[in-house]
Ligand binder design. Sequence first.
Ligand SMILES: [Cu+2]
Length: 485
Amino acid sequence: MIRILRLLQNIPAFLGLMVLPWLLGSCSNINHKQSTLDPKGIVAQNQYDIFMLSIWITIFLFCAVGGCLLFVLWKYRVKGEDDAKEIPPQTHGNPKIETSLILFSSLILVILAIPTLQGIVLFNRVPDPNDTEMLKKLKLERSAVEDAITVNVTGKRFFWVFEYPEYGIVTANELVFPASKAVRLNLRTTDVIHSFWLPKLAGKMDLMPGQENFIWFVADQEKLLFQTDKEGHKTPATIAEAMPAVHDGSLREAVFKDRSFFDEFDPVGGLFYGQCAEFCGNSHAYMQFRAMAQTDADFDEWVHRFQSLQAKEKPEQYNSEKAYKAGDTVLLKDSSLGEKAHREWQAAVDVDKGQAPEVGNEAWKKKNQDDYEMGRNHFQTSLCTQCHAVNSTGLGAIGPNLTLFGLRTSLAAGWMQNDRKNLTEWLRDSDKIKFGNLMWNHEVVKNYQPTEEEKDKGVVQHPVRELKNDPKKIEQLVTYLLGQN
Ligand SMILES: [Cu+2]
């Protein structure tokens, strides 16, 4: 009986032994998308080094204390029947051992404190370009910190706004940056506390209401030059392969190729995955983002494309009193697209006064396909413009900026692949995909009062919630949105 009980006692240990290989197995691929143990930049590397130092110290302590314990258990074990009856001499304390243990523990704390404090200083600001000693120590080029770029990051329930104040441009959910430069991030929130976590590059920092926090990172270009297959096997890659351009859609192509959205490994070395790491409401887990390293030339081109769209004057209504130059764009009502709908026309040559754009007039060309134009019109009439800016910065907008949205790889804050199918689902019923999201649940939508005209047509709620009854409209909106590229 006792034997059986003894055996039963060992079951947890047996189970533990069986689980161990599985646990170790899951640790073997530490280069998955959001791994802290796969640093690719100086700041993350620094945090990793401190972490590993404390790991090694704790492993040493574990072995030292455990070893002493085992040694004592073995040395003073009961050897014979008589042994058990004799009580060993009783002593109280040992000043020598105790003092040396205190000193030793303090020493360990000091060993941990020095790099930690150094790390906090490093984390706190981009190194001074004139501090050559520091730059040498960090193996950083002077230009990397001298030409550092600034991004104002705003956390909103449940997505991210990325503003580049030096360039006057705004985007959302995908942070594009030059791999050769340091990136300063000013972190703010307009609602609750969020936390910016970009594990492979920057670590983690909270965004607090009424406070501006700060974080910076710089990628280690050498470490980005690889590609990863679906199983996590890495192969070396050229710059173009590791950092495909965002501005011409190459990165989008690379990410979508032979990859399903939830695969564990990032296909190219220059792509990073981030996450909100502070519970901020029901869709918190889906508040993700991406950071994309680019060559200097590709980054400049991306900025240039944004600038040309976001600074540009909106096309004006056609005015018959005005002459137009080749390339000018105007808006003119076109009932073939729908009641009250407008079309963009582009002058093919210089046009005199009074030559209104219309089909058959060679001087003007339709700027876009009909479906795109209809989508653009729905975007106004379905009140998407209440919350979204397209081709303008619209910094205070309630929703993500949709300029060049067709170049983005992900949808709904990194939560889905940005393709026709998912975008259609999103517009049909976004609450089903991302429960609690503020495109469906914002008070602007919830408290919407239809106009008399809308009531006559049977509309009872905000047009965003009516979309599911109109697949054609959704299709045209999708064409318009993905056409922003
Ligand atoms: Cu959150």
